[in-house]
Design a binder for this molecule. Sequence first.
Ligand SMILES: Nc1nc2c(ncn2[C@@H]2O[C@H](COP(=O)(O)OP(=O)(O)O)[C@@H](O)[C@H]2O)c(=O)[nH]1
Ligand SMILES: [Mg+2]
Length: 468
Amino acid sequence: MINSQFNSNTIAAVSTPPGNGGIGIIRISGPESFDIGLFLFRGKSNKNFYSLSKDNIKYRYLYYGLIFDPENNVTIDEVLIVFMKGPNSYTAEDVVEIQSHSGKFVLDRILSLVLKYGADPAAPGEFTKRAFLNGRIDLTQAEAVMDIIKSSSEASHRAASTLSNGYLKDKVIQLRDMFVKIESQITAFVDFPDDMEDNFNKNFFNEILFDIKREVNDLILNYDNSHQLRDGYKITIAGPPNAGKSSLLNRLVSKERAIVTSIPGTTRDIIEETLNLDGFPFVVSDTAGIRESENEIEQIGILKTRELLEKSDLIIFVIDGNVFFNPLDNELFNEINQYPYIFVINKIDLLPSDVSRETFLFDSIEPVLISAAKNKGIDDLKRKIINYFEKNFKSSESYLIPNKRQYKILSDINSSLDSVIHSLDDLCEIELISYDLNYCIKLCSELIGETISPDILDKVFGDFCIGK
Ligand SMILES: Nc1nc2c(ncn2[C@@H]2O[C@H](COP(=O)(O)OP(=O)(O)O)[C@@H](O)[C@H]2O)c(=O)[nH]1
Ligand SMILES: [Mg+2]
């Protein structure tokens, strides 16, 4: 049996998602992947079959042929197969990919043959983990692979691609180099404390440290937007009952999502819908109209609305243009005014034609005039929403957004930096400065995965799907 020739260091999995599709891919990686692939494959050219051998494989070339069961010579499927010699492959090992027809039965049959003849089933994320362990990518890039798979909008994809290209790794290595440099310069004085008084230029070090701190803080700030890029920015539609909030939600998401009636107090539970505008992911919530209410259920709805306002990235405050409303002396408006908001006046279709836009200008509060029912002004509103979010994402640099693990480490670096800056004031504590700087160096290495504990690694890759 060929089994015995193969060691267990080769892994395999179906790398395409489950379900029926045009093609499915089985990926094999490790020292025995070529042997297994060659053993199960029979090339076909002009109706003639031929066998490939290790000496005559063209790497990264798609071969057409059949996968067959060597035990009974039964053909399993017509396939394309590609051999990629490490390190020029995803995992940096020898990799074989078999493109077969997709369908659970075919893919399972081929995979079971691959496993039978020497491969082990790959754990979730194991291909990417190998790419990391073999030094082809750093940990931030490995994590980005996961984000790319999950990304649901242009912005989230762009953020993931930025990490995947190694920009965060480069930045962290740059910071680490600076820490190393300062550490060696400062500790040089440890053995010569007498020189310190004359030669130590505190301002020089302070300047560098503040530069580093600014960079670290920028990354930390970017994190705050990262979960929003992944999960969507929160937009909340709020306002008095019957203003047309539910109608506006339906309009924005182009479907009848929320119940619209002329009965004030219809919406009680918060209704959420996702929306993609110009590549930005949003979660839009329709809420209960805020008013004094005796009704217990409605009161709970109003309480939930207030909680949501606090967590929102942007509030769309909607009123009915036909009901007298002066935002400047309105309690509800003053509540919303504390948060970022867009002021929207709805039902303009019902307004007399001689009412001008100026009627609705209050101080510097400029409203967007819409009719949710007649689909008027909705594009203006969308543009205004996009503009608001674009302001926060001006440069491509701000797509450099760490994930939660990286964010925690950056926060630790930031605290240690504070401590260094503090100790610099009191030059007696040179050892402490050196200790903190060394800790920063260690944290940088951890961030890019150069030093990292196996359980953190398992956690990172355990989140992946099988086959990736
Ligand atoms: N004429 C007109 N009626 C509207 C408009 N938007 C909503 N309505 C009506 O106003 C009532 C309340 O709408 P709804 O969306 O349920 O308001 P909500 O309580 O703020 O969610 C319903 O009868 C809607 O048909 C609009 O732009 N023009
Ligand atoms: Mg409603």
